[in-house]
Design a protein around this ligand. Sequence first.
Ligand code: NAD
Length: 490
Amino acid sequence: MDILKNYIGGSWLSSREKNSIEVIDPASQEVLAKVPYGENTISDVQEAVKIASKAYQEWREVPVMRRVQPLYKLKTLLEEHAEDIARIITKECGKTLNESRGEIQRAIENVEVACGTPILMQSEFSENIASGIDEFMIRQPLGVCACIAPFNFPGMIPFWFLPYAIACGNTFILKPSEKVPLTMMKVFELLDQIDLPKGVVNLVHGGKESVDELLENKEVKAISFVGSTNIAKYVYSKGAANGKRVQAQGGAKNPVVILPDADLEMSAKIIIDSVYGCAGQRCLAASNIITVGDNGKIKEALYEMAKARTTGYGLDESVEMGPVITKDSQDRILHLIDKGVKEGANLLLDGRNAKITGFENGNFLKPTILQNLPLHGEVIRTEIFGPVMSLIELKSVDDALEFINSGRYGNMACLFTSSGANARKFRNQANAGNIGINIGVAAPMAQFPFSGWNESFFGDLHGQGRHAIEFFTQTKVVIERWPKEWSRKF
Ligand code: NAD
């Protein structure tokens, strides 16, 4: 099996690194590919930066109206190849085919919004700030921008950044997760067909070594990172120390509160989809489910729906939940379930011994519910990133808000209710950047920022929409005086 190539300067090039790690189908354990991994990936990154930096000099001068034309082609190609890409996502990442199709749709929406860059990049002009003097602001690109992506949305997350970065006149280097590099290999085959000048978009493989080179290389001006909180903090501090603009999205532990006046059937269904969708490996997966007041019926409904959810191979269309990404991930989740039980939780639904016929070695776990974890324990505050619900009872909306606002993360908080006043209070006071009211996965559409707070985000401007345009441009303010006396008379 060949080692995956990098895409640099419009060509597919072999890595200088001869060591590799395997990309493994999390359901079948089939080896899908080998990805370069080791110290020599540093020189791959250096080569990509050199070429992207050269390409930038010309690309920044291309009028924005022309810079977005390839994006229209990209949208069409992504639509034509959506099903192929979805199948690749499912193969390497494990999620169900429908989840992969939804992911590609979200990627396409970001391309559509980035097509509006000609107007989004437009700026401000004030005439006569003083007699005969005008002042205006222009937005200019930064240079070479890089994205370091996580495993859980291999088809969508690079699109929070890539289309905006290049439409703004930057050149771009993507380092996909070494666990799921194949989706972007396919996307870059499409990017190769949209008439972008060579070097505008580049893909390099690798792990920590390639990331560190991107963080240290002087020619890289901006870093967009998405991944776990510890690495996000590292990337943010190292990138900033090296003078780069950084946006770093981290982990999460998302609370959902259900009030007794919520629509029981609808709330339970939506919450189950949020907790167990993508096998709980979504940064916006609901994790701590908080019932307020007398809510016995909702607990029963959640239990029954979780138990009924079908687990299996993602390409089997009858399946509702796939495996988790790796054996290490499976072990970590099993350890956290055991720890939760040791901390005193009741294991209401035990999904630990999942055996899937035909996929006996897959990284499967079935839906699990830990009930009444102690509020001051560790598990209730730890990102599990697997199909595990923690079910907690609290007495009031204020108690729920106090619990939520004492957490370290702030990616999402949701409330289920039919009371407008409680909804209003919740959205005003919950300490999280994405709020859902009667919504289970409050994922912002492409025109809104993907707004994490606290330790779910390090930086200022988020991915997607106007925030992306601001992140990928620097403002220049010009004050101009043209005295009348200097004009020739005609
Ligand atoms: P990860 O942090 O392990 O890896 C992310 C990227 O960082 C990968 O490209 C990886 O190669 C690189 N990396 C890993 N270790 C590194 C190190 N020591 N030094 C430098 N680079 C390193 O994350 P993951 O497991 O791929 O993704 C899951 C995590 O991502 C979860 O915590 C999830 O909540 C988070 N996530 C957050 C968002 C968000 O918007 N906030 C979205 C998706 C995923």
